[in-house]
Structure formats: C-alpha cells, structure tokens
Design a protein around this ligand. Sequence first.
Ligand SMILES: [Zn+2]
Length: 400
Amino acid sequence: MTGTHPLTGTIPWRLGFLCGLLAGCLCAAGGLHADEPKSQSPLGGGGQGDLEYKVEWSPGQERLAAIEVNTGRWRSVGPVIKGVKFTLEDGQGKRREDKIGPCDGEWEKAFEVAKEQSLIGISGRHGAVLDSVRFHFSDGKTSPRYGGSGGDHEYRLLLKGQAGQFQGQVRGFHAKALSNALTGIGLLLSGSDGQPAVLLTDDPAAGFSVTVRGAIDEEIAPIAGQLTTLFYQCYPALVERFENPKKPAARHITLTFKRNLSVPAYCTGAEISINVDWLKRRPDDLGLLTHELTHVVQAYPVSNPSWLIEGIADYARHRYGPKVQPGWQLPQRLTARQSYRNSYGVAARFLLWLETKHPKVIDQVHSRMQNREFSIEDFKTLTGKTVDELWQECVKDLNQ
Ligand SMILES: [Zn+2]
C-alpha cells in the first residue's frame, strides 16, 4: 500500500509513522492514508426536506464506539427515525459525539460497538420518512432494528465483501430531514488500497438467493416461478424485520417440491418443503411461502407458545405476502367464542390489532423469544395488561 503525501510525495506505508512528525499530516499509524478515494452512497429513503446533516470520522484514527437512535411518532404514524447520535473514540480512548437529524423524539438504549467490529452498512424501510434503521457490522452481526414496522420501500446500503474483508470503509453518514423526521440516510465511504469503496448495490434482494428443486412438472413449473419471484420480494423484508441480531438468518434458501406430504408446507432450517399436490389444488396459495420463510427467520432456539409462533407467521404473511391473496385473508371480526390460542389467522388478527395499540410489542416479544427470555407475563410488562385482558379488549373492538 502506498500513499501520496503533500510534502514528500509517495512513501511506503511502513514509513507512515514518520508523517506524525510533520505538521498537518493526516496519516494514521496503522498505514491508513487520508487520500483513499472518497465517495458517498445514494440516500436510503426519499430525502425530502431542506435539512441536511453530515457526520464524519477518520477510519484510521477514530472508531465508531456507540450508536443511539432517536425515535418518535410522525403525524399519525410511528415510531419513525428522528435522528442518530454517533459516539466516536480516538486511539487514546477520548470520545466525542456528533448527530444527524432533528432528534426531537426519545433516545433508544445506546448500542455499543465492540472494538473488533467495524460498521459495513445500514438497512431499513422508508415511506415519506425513514421508518426504520439497522446497523450492520463486519462480523455478520447487526444492531437491533430501530423504529417502526411501516414503510413501503426497503433500503440496503452495505459494503461489498465477504469473510470479514470488505471493499472500503464507512467514514460517516449523510442525511436529509424534515423539521421532525429523517427522510433519508446514506453512507460516507472511503476506499481501500487506492480502490474506491464498492457497495453490494441498493437492490434489497442482493445477497439473497434461492434454489428450487424436487418434483417440478409442467403444472408446477409456473407456480415455482411465482414462488421464486415472491421469495425475492418478501424474504429481504422478513430478514430486515425479524432477523436475530446475534445470529444472522440464512441468505440462501432451498425450496423442495415434494409429493405425498400431509401438510401444505413445512420448514427445517433453511429448507422449505412444499406439497405439490396441495399447490395443484390451490395454485393461488403462494402466501404459504411467506409464512414458512417467517419460520426460517424466527429460528427460536427454545420452545415458545405455538399460537404466538404461528400467529407471527400469519401476521407476516398478511404484511409481507403477496398483496393480493385469493382465498386467504385474516378474519375481520373476532368473537368471544374464539381465543388467541386458536393460533394462525386468529392469533395474527389479534397481533395486528395489538400493533395498533402498542406499535413495538410484536417485535419485542419476538426478540425475547429469540433471546430465550420470553414468558407470557411479558405482555403485562410491555403493555400493562395480561394477554387475556388484551384479547378481551381486542374482541370488544373487532366484534362489531
Ligand atoms: Zn407455521
């Protein structure tokens, strides 16, 4: 690696430490040089509004030590992202803070970045404003997902690379905002080894793939094609929302078409088995894939109430499945004769109602299940009411 110094011309990086003796030099002791090609990513989000923000650091001299996200309601929707505060630490452990966005909401719990982790990008969802954001790191782990579950569009800005080697570095953020919400967020990048940084691309499906195999005849082939299309539409969104920050979800999924199954479909790890005979009778039932893909991402390490697991899978089918699902929908009314324990669609309808009262609760119980922490008392802790009290309230609302 070489770098051009304004005073001395090109010097080998091993001599970089000498630069420290020269006033105004930006060389880092580690050999990272300030003149790596700089660039910035496009914005994730529409970027409306006049307010512009920038936070910048020098990758060789400072590291990102903590991230705090500011969230709150915007108009009647929410929570949305109102700002982000970055804590930067220099080689001596001295910290400084800088932020983007109006930050007029509430601060979420700070996310500490480990010394060996480096930031490689962000992802989330947006509509008119930024609905959610998640931070991705070089070790494959992510921050929790901050914000709400809204946003019709997905953004994904990640450095290209694998096995911990990435083509460039993140050196900051640029953002646009309205007076009370972020509307777009992007990365400031620097290259490495003299080459510009390369993003994976802003295509949400980048990095995901699917293999289709098994009993595919002429009748099933077009349905298999539709399921493949659906995979690329819904799986990135499911991963974005439900992935375990500590244990990345599979990026490659296998769909195996089988005869003589007793159920329409089931999932084992990253393989989904699909009942060919069922699909021949119900060729419109594509949403079963969204349901099974949700199970792939759930990957709960211990047993949890099955009504809640299946309820979340059908809730996800409703939210992220095909827009039109002939022959399938969540019940519009619920009655006292039913119970959330009826699971599937009934539990999903309950969760959908619950989300309107407590926007974060689905994600909270989901993440507690992934962390082996869930108990049914969590509903009371998170909402102030037991699950049975919530159900009764839900029936009251939906039994009209
Ligand atoms: Zn299921």
